[in-house]
Write a protein that binds this ligand. Structure first.
Ligand code: ADP
Length: 479
């Protein structure tokens, strides 16, 4: 793929889009208003001209004297000159076609001035080219044609001085409004695009800083970076929240990684120190390298190997996608077989294992679930010195699950404050106590990871009445 060299910023792109859109809308709006006002105004003007024409014909007809069968020439001149100033060049004839009055003959100069003024206004100011047109109308008196009026005007229509001024001021108003709207929309487009681009830029900057921090190139603890997610726009708030939760996840992962490293270092240090001490003592001749000391060293090595193996299992369960090899089997069978493995240990400790099982078919990963129950049973046996371990299977109360397996013991129990943490990696309720029992605090974390991969839940609780000194523990696995 060819690399793109030119990038336009989101803010500029938004501003440009808004400006183009608003500009286009304004041009369209102005055009529409212009066309509409033009059409309305022209109709109005044509109506005015028709009205004036009607008035001229009526006024001329009024000057007819039926007795003398002639027109009052003086009145016709007064009326005619009035209309000349309005842009109407009039000629009046009597019924025999004889000229009664002609505006041009009366005052040619005034007529030409009026015609020049109107054609200059129409062509120069409004860009409308027209020409003088003549229309002849009969003058009637009592249903009789008594003469004719010829009206010469600028056609197809013309604006009077007042109408011209009015139209020009409307056009000016439209231009001013368009300029004001353009400037306002330009400012609004900049403000809007900035309002949208700013949170996106902030998110991008935060993501860049988080990436930098995660890759270790930044100083301090920049993974604590969080951005403001109180935006009105849903998508922007969502983006900010996603970045924040990404940062929180990375922070948590980094914290877990640091914690794991320090926990592992701590777990390895003690057996290694013991080994080192034993071996140095043998080298210095303090101990003889006899069977007893070598076996003690061997035990430490085995414990170390076990811890490394457990940690490896846990890491692969937690970090890699746990692929389950699911088959159909009876949970009761699995629990029976698993419990068998603890027969010798139970016998040695003088305790018992009770099984309360019912037929319980499941589709699950047999080997992984076996690992879960081995871990739970080995803990139960390990931390119980008197009494019994009881394994029960019953129908789950939760409608989303099928079976509930509980492994209860009458052992030392788990303090209330430790219950929420027992499934955490390398967590032990009593570090010194567990050192002697050999646990590193990984077994329950492994069990929890497997149960979670099956979509189930695992919980720890007290087995017994509240307040009793030795309550024992109960672990419940719901599948
Ligand atoms: P460990 O290998 O130390 O047993 P686990 O992860 O299996 O590690 O258990 C974590 C801690 O939970 C143990 O160290 C122990 O303190 C406590 N625990 C687990 N099961 C029991 C139990 N049945 N009775 C009492 N304490 C228990």
């Amino acid at each position: 793929m060819k690399e793109r060299k030119f990038f336009i910023s989101l803010q500029n792109r938004l501003a440009l889009t808004y400006a183009l859109f608003i500009g286009f809308a304004l041009v369209l709006l102005t055009l529409i208003i212009n066309v509409f006002t033009g059409v309305i105004f022209t109709t109005l003007i044509k109506g005015n001209i028709a009205g004036e024409t009607g008035e001229i014909i009526w006024a001329m007809g009024e000057q007819y004297n039926p007795m003398s069968r002639s027109f009052d020439a003086a009145a016709i001149e007064a009326i005619g000159m009035h209309f000349v100033h309005e842009g109407y060049i009039i000629t009046v004839e009597d019924e025999s076609g004889g000229l009664v009055w002609d505006a041009r003959a009366c005052d040619m100069r005034e007529c030409m001035t009026v015609i020049d003024e109107i054609s200059g206004r129409m062509k120069g100011q409004f860009g409308m080219s027209g020409a003088m047109r003549k229309d002849r109308y009969p003058v009637r008196y009592a249903d009789r044609t008594v003469g004719a009026v010829t009206i010469e005007t600028y056609g197809p229509y013309f604006y009077s001085e007042t109408e011209g001024k009015f139209l020009a001021s409307i056009n000016r108003l439209l231009i001013v409004a368009a300029i004001i709207l353009t400037v306002t929309s330009f400012v609004i487009s900049i403000v809007l695009s900035r309002a949208i681009a700013r949170p996106v830029n902030k998110s991008a900057e935060a993501a860049r800083q988080i990436a930098q921090a995660h890759s270790g190139s930044a100083v301090g603890e920049p993974l604590t970076i969080r951005i403001d997610d109180h935006y009105q726009t849903r998508e922007l708030a969502e983006l900010a929240r996603s970045i924040n939760s990404l940062a929180a996840c990375l922070e948590e992962a980094e914290h877990r990684q640091k914690q794991l490293t320090s926990d592992i270092a701590h777990e390895l240090r003690t057996p290694l120190t013991c080994l080192q001490g034993d071996i140095e003592a043998m080298i210095d001749g303090v101990y003889k390298p006899d069977r007893e000391h070598l076996e003690s060293c061997h035990e430490e090595v085995i414990r170390l190997a076990g811890l490394v193996k457990d940690l490896h299992t846990l890491t692969s369960l937690e970090w890699e996608n746990l692929a389950l090899n699911k088959t159909e089997f009876d949970l009761a069978d699995l629990l029976r077989i698993t419990a068998e493995q603890f027969k010798a240990a139970v016998f040695e400790k003088g305790i018992e294992i009770h099984l309360r099982l019912i037929e319980s078919p499941v589709v699950a990963d047999y080997d992984r679930l076996k690992q879960v129950f081995i871990n739970l049973l080995s803990n139960a046996v390990k931390y119980t010195d008197t009494g019994a371990v009881t394994v029960t299977v019953e129908k789950a109360a939760n409608p989303g699950a099928a079976w509930e397996v509980s492994i209860a013991d009458t052992g030392i129990g788990i303090p209330e404050s430790d219950l929420p943490h027992v499934f955490e990696r390398l967590y032990r309720t009593d570090k010194s106590r567990n050192r002697s029992t050999g646990g590193a605090g990984v077994g329950l974390a492994i069990a929890a990871a497997i149960v979670r991969a099956h979509g189930g839940t695992i919980t720890a609780g007290s087995n017994g009445t509240e307040g009793s000194a030795c309550s024992g523990s109960v672990f419940k696995v719901v599948l």
